[in-house]
Write a protein that binds this ligand. Structure first.
Ligand code: NAD
Length: 293
């Protein structure tokens, strides 16, 4: 890493556990390719260390940091400002340090919308069904509303997250032009009706990845219409059971969450550097890193 010198600016990733993350590979590949004098490092920071971690952003004059669990909500009181994406979702995954002023953003939703756009689907004017109101589903619903989705139904099973679904629906109705509503996933008729009603169906539950690999909320292909756009936020495995069921149903536009993961990083990269991430190079570097595992 000869490019590191006395002027190199640090960007962090604060979460616990975090050493498995692909984000350092993603960002450092992009810095190197664009000859930007930044370095991105992961730090194991849990809830007790978070205040010191944020202090370090200021003290070390870092350009910013990504934040993941368990710090996404807890960091908010430590920041100076919140972007609308962070205000609506009540969570932050990216911090930008502008001369000591720390602003929080959530780029997961932008990542989803941008990835879908690249695949030829604009959320503007669309009817969306988002299942799962957790770390992925909430920003997806919020950003889709910000970007002009007409109606969003948010479904969750009746567990501790159901309240999150109601909260984000309320926030969407108050802060955007979209109309949001919720239903319980246990209501199978409502689920089937919503699948038939929607233009875009997002599964943000994690069903289909470990420990639920091989499982899908939709097992019967007849529940899916051919022109539905289906987006599964899971990216490991690359093909989930839902995606297989969708193919059996003849659905043409079926995607996993890899593009969203890369695009959320690209959105953070743009906030820190003002530059577009070289996505093809980053994908290549991540695939190589994957093979090493
Ligand atoms: P989370 O735990 O915050 O939320 C999970 C949601 O799914 C909750 O609303 C929960 O009620 C629901 N759920 C969980 N198990 C369920 C089941 N068996 N049946 C029905 N509903 C169920 O998790 P998260 O951080 O939102 O992650 C969800 C998925 O999204 C994971 O697969 C994760 O890898 C993926 N994800 C992808 C990206 C990306 O960039 N592609 C980003 C974040 C998360």
């Amino acid at each position: 890493m000869t490019r590191i010198d006395g002027h190199t600016i640090l960007i962090g990733l604060m979460a616990y556990p975090i050493r498995h993350s692909m984000s350092p590979t993603m960002h450092n590949t992009a810095f190197e390719a664009l000859n930007l004098n930044y370095a991105y490092l992961a730090f194991d920071i849990d809830g007790d260390q978070l205040a010191d971690g944020v202090k370090a952003i200021r003290t070390l004059d870092m350009r910013g940091s990504n934040v993941s669990m368990p710090n996404k909500q807890a960091i908010i009181p430590h920041l100076d400002k919140l972007d609308i994406s962070a205000k609506m979702t009540g969570a932050v995954n990216t911090v930008v340090n502008d001369d000591g002023v720390l602003t929080g953003y959530t780029t997961d939703g932008v990542g989803f919308v941008n990835d879908l756009k690249k695949k030829g689907h604009d959320v503007a004017g669309k009817k969306m069904l988002v299942v799962g109101a957790g770390g992925a589903g909430i920003p997806i619903a919020a950003q889709s509303a910000i970007e002009g989705a007409s109606e969003i139904r948010i479904a969750n099973r009746k567990d501790g997250h159901f309240e999150n679904a109601e909260d984000i629906a309320k926030s969407i109705n108050e802060n955007s032009g979209a109309v949001a509503s919720t239903f319980a996933l246990e209501d199978e008729d409502a689920f089937k009706e919503a699948l038939n009603w929607a233009d875009i169906y997002v599964d943000a539950t994690g069903v289909g990845m470990k420990p639920l690999e091989g499982k899908s909320l939709v097992e019967d292909p007849s529940w899916l219409k051919e022109d539905l756009v289906i987006y599964d936020t899971v990216y490991a495995p690359r093909t989930t059971k839902l995606m297989e069921v969708a193919k059996d149903a003849g659905v043409k536009n079926v995607y996993n969450g890899l593009g969203m993961m890369i695009e959320q990083g690209a959105a953070a990269f743009k906030l820190w550097t003002g530059q577009d991430m070289p996505i093809d190079l980053v994908e290549q570097a991540m695939a190589e890193k994957d093979k090493e595992k």
